[in-house]
Design a protein around this ligand. Sequence first.
Ligand code: NAD
Ligand code: UDX
Length: 465
Amino acid sequence: MRKVNQICCIGAGYVGGPTMAVIAKQCPEIKVNVVDINQKRIDQWNGENLDELPIYEPGLKEIIGETRGRNLFFSSDVDTAIDNAELIFISVNTPTKTYGKGKGQASDLKYIELCARNIAKVAKSDKIVVEKSTLPVRTAEAIKSILDNTGNDVNFEILSNPEFLAEGTAVEDLLSADRVLIGGAETESGREARNILSWVYEHWLPKERILQTNVWSSELSKLVANAFLAQRVSSINSISALCEKTDANIAEVSRAIGFDSRIGPKFLSSSVGFGGSCFQKDILNLVYIAKSFGLNEVADYWEQVIIMNDYQKKRFADNIVSTLYNTVSGKKIAFYGWAFKKDTNDTRESAAIYVADLLLDEQAEITVYDPKVNAETIYKDLDYLNSRDPEENRKLLTVVSDPMEAAKDAHAVAILTEWDEFKTLDWNSIYNDMLKPAFLFDGRRILDKEHMEEIGFKFYKIGQS
Ligand code: NAD
Ligand code: UDX
């Protein structure tokens, strides 16, 4: 079997960066070039201070420290990296379309197409092109068609190798992946390409965990995996609303059903709603694909997962307003957390953005504290919604770097991200510094109700009356 000496990854984002860092660590004999058109991002990856990498992931800076300059390189010279590589990962963003046909649902594949055209233009020798980005089923066909029709008489083999890492645990997920999925053509050259990619992962993963399928099953499985995970969160969140009305406790219900080995305990934590760059985008994409084949019942079924998630975010915001005597106008509300989950600085589709937007519509004055998210990102997230002009967002929302300052003279504190440090804050001092009655809304179920009520808080915990 052919072995590869050089890999290139197009896209140095949340997937490309950590994935290639782990490959470089585990395969010291392979040279890994990660390229991106965003020069600022590349400069950040190459920066001297490892605490200022563009992505925060536990364990990542240590791996970058070990591999960067040895066999891992970050650069904006996309063409040279393509030319030199035998294996090319495409790991660019595939956001939901914001224009034209499929607006609001379909994946925008313009970045993927640009990559394919670039590879076709530059490649002078045979390449294995790997779809690492999450793509609609049958995208490989389009990529192959672009490569075959504009290439320089070069043979391209297309593989689908979706990524299953979750942010916040990316390094751990990559090092001990439940499975790696490789989809490829059922031809001799297709099988050879699959085995070459499998060989890369076999450096650290047992062969039994590397699954090989046809390309279309692999592409579709990625969307389906995310849809199933998100569906569990929406299912438990729907029950959290019922718990609040019935004196049942969502943690007890989750535990009771999770003990059934057929259901299992994971992904049953009720929350203010799921966020992140993947769940919503991938379900919308699934919905769009189902509709495009006339499978309207299938589309409606999955769309309900998103509808329930939107309901959960709105329910949380509405509850803050109604609990604060039906008006939050001019009232200071502290937000603890802005990231879509703990241990990441990623805020894409974070529930905090939508809860803040709803409260700002009610003229609340929000002060945000998040240990890893900066003010620039927070304002960008809000401005992107276009709900009010940027000056107003800056007037109504303040970002601070101290949780105590955020809570000072606040009417309420709302927990939007489950950062561990929130559990050990000095909640007595926070209570003392707040206006009374002091309201505390736990959207992540990280605090103990009894203890918080003992301190004096009027405490609301999602999924518990
Ligand atoms: P990202 O936005 O963090 O990174 C994508 C990068 O690609 C950007 O830095 C962008 O500048 C670069 N890029 C775009 N077009 C380019 C081009 N033509 N040439 C060179 N660089 C280009 O995105 P991400 O979160 O890393 O996601 C990438 C893909 O992986 C998406 O399809 C996503 O659905 C999928 N995915 C993401 C996660 C996750 O946790 N974020 C997990 C699994 C799969
Ligand atoms: C997800 C998938 O887990 C991963 O396999 C895929 O590659 C990318 O999409 P990610 O979005 O990074 O990963 O994080 P994940 O841990 O799945 O959490 C997504 C959202 O669901 C977060 O907002 C999280 O807080 C929320 N969530 C998760 C819950 O509210 N309850 C849970 O029980 C689990």
